[in-house]
Design a protein around this ligand. Structure first.
Ligand code: AMP
Length: 538
């Protein structure tokens, strides 16, 4: 299978970092990465103007991982971030990038036990990602030394300044060696930032991505504020409230595209993924299905969607916010073609508000805040569209073969009740936690598991903070099977696969379906055979 990480090849990165980039599903560097990575690799200081959502963490993370000496002692890079949430996310990204080099990044932040952090620091870490207050606290307790630091990153520097961290940052910088490399990332460049850069940086290169005004097409544009773990549910509701819609859904990474498509398929949608790992033949096959309306949701990465020529897309959904305004304009231009009306939807997590602001400003787009339809509203919309469709069929009167069945049905049953039962059958998905459009049944003998085992699909994943141990414990306890019989737990962002003995599988489903794991109600069903599940199942 062709691997498309073309742009990354040009940086001359080591194989371990390249492997990490590939396994994270990145297809090509984002604009800020293209400009920043080569400069950082030369050892220069950099001021980057970029916000969350542009790929800035990897823009500094990739060169840091590349430059760290994994065998050297002491903390070699420190990243300062304004909030606990950002510190955790940046540390996670650093750990993913450093996975094959076996690097360890530790987040340290306030409001939580310092003892545990001290223990972790004692074990030795390569990178510390922390909020300034807590980092300084560790330095003062002598539980963290920055004397071996070679790279310092001030991430979201304007926010750190706004939060009054300037003194802490200054004190921290003073404990690092003078010959360090210093990087500063900030969405805006107020006076205070320029002062810091003058005092603490050496001849920094300023990098910003040209953001000339763009003209967004006239398409109705809406954004929804959602937490990452709510995105799938939000997407499902939007699809359901627009019967007959043709959706093009954009994701940042190949992995995400696979996961979203797999999750939608599980919920009974006619969905498929398309990304840079697809051969030309696979690409064409998926596109043909989309054109022929055999699938109505196509989940793609930017790279895969490039050059796509489909004229009937009713909705473009930015499942992940575009990494630059140009990409926003490019993505949403896929709808509203050939004089049709189009809708562009963008999911924005609380951290990504600034990126949305930039997109709005540069593309002069009028993106209005939307409120997700409630389950009742979705139900109402689906009833309305069903009513219209029923009326069409009634007007057409072409249903002779069903009349005798209808007569049998109402024989002895109130016709209104029979009709209501039929509607429930058709629309019932919205009464359960996981709406599904009449999901097709999969045999427990054909789930793609090893001999004597059955593979199950569960609607809970990393996004809900669930660990393999939680899944094994829950199944073992609720279905009363030994822990060692539960195998191959693979946790993805929004779902999990697990294998259980074939002869206990029905019991596991019976006890686990609609049960609560880690405070969340989950749906459990036989997994589809691997070849049928998109790549995420492999
Ligand atoms: P950030 O701006 O660092 O918050 O990154 C936003 C999201 O983009 C994160 O989920 C990253 O993992 C992802 N990302 C970073 N670089 C790339 C890339 N080259 N291709 C696709 N996704 C990326």
């Amino acid at each position: 299978m062709e691997k498309n990480v073309a742009g990354f090849n040009e940086f001359g990165l080591g194989s371990e970092v390249m492997k990490a980039v590939t396994s994270m599903g990145f297809e090509e560097p984002t604009p800020i990465q293209k400009k920043t990575i080569p400069v950082l690799l030369t050892g220069k200081d950099v001021i980057g103007q970029a916000q969350t959502g542009t790929g800035k963490t990897a823009a500094f993370g990739i060169p840091i991982v590349e430059m760290i000496d994994k065998n050297a002692q002491g903390v070699q890079a420190i990243i300062l971030a304004p909030t606990r949430e950002l510190a955790i996310q940046a540390a996670e990204e650093m750990n993913k990038l450093g996975k094959y080099k076996r690097l360890h990044a530790l987040p340290v932040y306030g409001g939580t036990s310092i003892e545990r952090q001290i223990k972790a620091l004692k074990k030795g870490v390569h990178v510390v990602v922390g909020t300034p207050g807590r980092v300084l606290d560790h330095i003062e307790r002598r539980t963290l030394s920055l004397k071996d630091v070679r790279i310092v990153v001030l991430d979201e520097a304007d926010e750190m300044l706004d939060m009054g961290f300037v003194d802490d940052i200054t004190k921290i910088l003073k404990t690092t060696p003078a010959e360090r490399q210093t990087l500063l990332f900030s969405a805006t460049m107020p006076e205070g930032i320029l002062n810091i850069s003058k005092r603490y940086m050496r001849n920094p290169e300023k990098i910003r991505i040209a953001t000339d005004a763009l003209t967004a097409p006239k398409i109705s544009q809406i954004f929804y504020e959602v937490r990452p773990s709510e995105k799938i549910e939000a997407l499902a509701r939007l699809i359901d409230s627009d019967d007959g819609g043709i959706f093009l859904v954009f994701c940042h990474t190949k992995k995400e595209a696979d996961e979203v498509a797999t999750n939608l398929k599980f919920r009974g949608y006619e969905a498929d993924a398309m990304h840079g790992d697809f051969s030309q033949a696979q690409r064409e096959a998926v596109l043909k299905k989309f054109r022929d309306s055999r699938i109505d949701v196509l989940v793609a990465t930017d790279v895969a969607a490039r050059g796509l020529d489909i004229s009937n897309i009713s909705h473009v959904v930015n499942f992940s916010i575009p990494q630059n305004p140009e990409s926003y304009v490019h993505r949403i231009g896929r709808t509203g073609r050939a004089g049709r009306e189009g809708v562009a939807i963008t999911f924005v997590t609380p951290r990504e508000e600034r990126q949305l602001k930039l997109i709005k400003a540069v593309s002069k787009a009028d993106i209005k805040r939307g409120k997700l339809p409630s389950k009742e509203q979705v139900m109402e919309a689906r009833l309305e569209s069903l009513k219209d469709r029923i009326q069409e069929v009634v007007d057409d009167k072409n249903f002779d073969r069903y009349l005798s069945l209808a007569e049998r049905l109402i024989d002895g049953t109130d016709p209104r009740e029979a009709l209501a039962a039929l509607l429930k059958f058709q629309l019932g998905g919205y009464e359960s936690e996981t709406p599904s459009r009449g999901r097709e049944e999969v045999s427990l003998d054909d789930t793609g598991a090893g001999p004597g085992m059955a593979r199950l699909f569960m609607t809970i994943g990393r996004g809900q903070d669930v660990k393999a141990g939680d899944i094994v414990n829950a199944i073992s306890k609720k279905a009363d099977i030994p822990r060692h019989d539960i195998k191959n737990v693979s946790i993805f962002d929004t779902f999990t696969f697990v294998e259980v003995p074939r002869d206990s599988a029905e019991r596991v489903i019976e006890f686990m379906h609609q049960s609560i794991i880690s405070g969340r109600k989950v749906a459990v069903a036989p997994a589809k055979p691997k070849g049928d599940m998109g790549r995420a199942g492999r």
